[in-house]
Design a protein around this ligand. Structure first.
Ligand code: ADP
Length: 351
């Protein structure tokens, strides 16, 4: 081999990642030194075999979509595959594809990065999370039982014994009832946070306009109470999501929009959506108190609150639920805001 072809071979062999040139059907046309090393293969052994014989079967269809340029998701030209155990040391690879169409022939150039370490760490983290999840669920559940007893007995005292109490005793009882109520809110929210992490995902096309209307009906009492003006800017689109989880996300954003608008201001909440190539971005905008840019990330962490209970009561779990639900639907969430003017929460989901 001489000239440009030799230079190309040299170039792909010097890459710090694996390289495969394949046809649309997966036939391997070229493999660089690093990839051959991963598969313990010699020079031309891999050429003319199928890439689907090298990767684990369970990842075949995603890789197939990548080769056909029909991959779904927020990063359509990136997939993860594992190398089959009988083709070398099992490895987790991140594959980025670039399609080259030349004179009717399609070659897909695949760059493969070894992410085995990261994948193993993610697996360990996932197991820890599952354990932590089970712990949170069971402790929240178990703590609610004695709390129900405290609540019921306090209510009995308030109803039956109040006339016999002096002002101090009545005040103490009210404080107990409020504290029990607050604790119950935290536990219920923790149970919700845990449920969102484990919920069985039923992905289906969700008509966003229809879902928003349903949520507005469910929160009509609160909307009326705050004299809120709610607007839905059409058109809305359909997204590929879990109706239950997306409903929870929009409901939490709506209730926050109403809560974080000063009492003396009538809340104005606008729902809108815009379509992008592979996704839809839903926006929930309010005219509330706004958020400092330094807190844009922090507010999505569990128990992070920017205000005291007296000004705005809450648990600091609502936006953590939102982030978790959006993560589970392979989406993204972020906020833009101006202090004193209002906030815009964006939810991006694959469509
Ligand atoms: P909670 O409302 O129970 O405190 P969240 O997790 O829903 O908990 O919100 C976390 C914090 O983010 C809130 O305490 C508040 O400071 C801020 N926040 C959330 N939504 C808004 C909003 N629409 N406008 C202004 N601040 C907000």
């Amino acid at each position: 081999m001489h000239g440009p072809a030799q230079t190309n071979t040299f170039a792909i062999d010097s890459l710090p990642v694996g390289y495969l040139g394949v046809t649309r059907s997966g036939k391997i046309l070229a493999a660089n030194e690093m990839f051959r090393g991963w598969c313990n293969s010699h020079d031309r052994e891999l050429v003319d075999t199928s890439v689907f014989e090298v990767v684990e079967e369970e990842h075949g269809s995603e890789l197939g979509s990548l080769l056909n340029g029909s991959s779904k998701g927020l990063s359509p030209n990136v997939v993860e595959v594992s190398i089959r155990a009988d083709c070398g040391t099992p490895r987790r690879l991140q594959v980025t594809g670039k399609i080259q169409d030349t004179a009717g022939e399609r070659i897909v150039h695949l760059a493969l990065t070894d992410i085995s370490e990261r994948h193993r760490a993610a697996e360990v983290l996932r197991e820890i999370n599952i354990e932590q999840e089970a712990f949170t669920h069971s402790i929240s559940h178990d703590l609610r039982a004695p709390l129900v007893t405290i609540t019921n007995y306090s209510e009995y005292l308030a109803n039956e014994c109040s006339p016999a109490m002096d002002a101090t005793a009545r005040d103490v009882l009210t404080r107990i009832q409020r504290a029990a109520q607050r604790m119950d809110n935290v536990l219920q929210n923790l149970l919700l946070y845990s449920r969102v992490g484990r919920a069985e995902m039923l992905f289906a096309p969700v008509d966003v306009a229809n879902l928003v209307t349903e949520i507005l009906i469910q929160h009509d009492g609160l909307i009326q109470e705050r004299h809120a003006n709610i607007e839905m800017v059409k058109p809305f689109f359909s997204v590929h999501a879990s109706r239950e989880l997306l409903g929870q996300v929009l409901a939490n954003l709506l209730t926050n929009a109403l809560k974080y608008t000063p009492k003396e201001r009538e809340p104005r909440v606008t729902f809108s959506a815009r379509a992008q190539t592979d996704s839809v971005v839903i926006c929930v905008e309010d005219n509330g108190i706004g958020i400092e840019a330094a807190d844009f990330e922090r507010i999505f962490q569990i128990f992070e609150r920017l205000h005291g209970q007296a000004a705005y009561p809450g648990t600091g779990i609502g936006l953590a639920v939102v982030r978790r639900a959006v993560d589970r639907m392979n989406g993204k969430i972020w906020v833009e805001s101006t202090v004193g003017r209002g906030s815009r929460f964006f939810v991006q989901l694959p469509n």
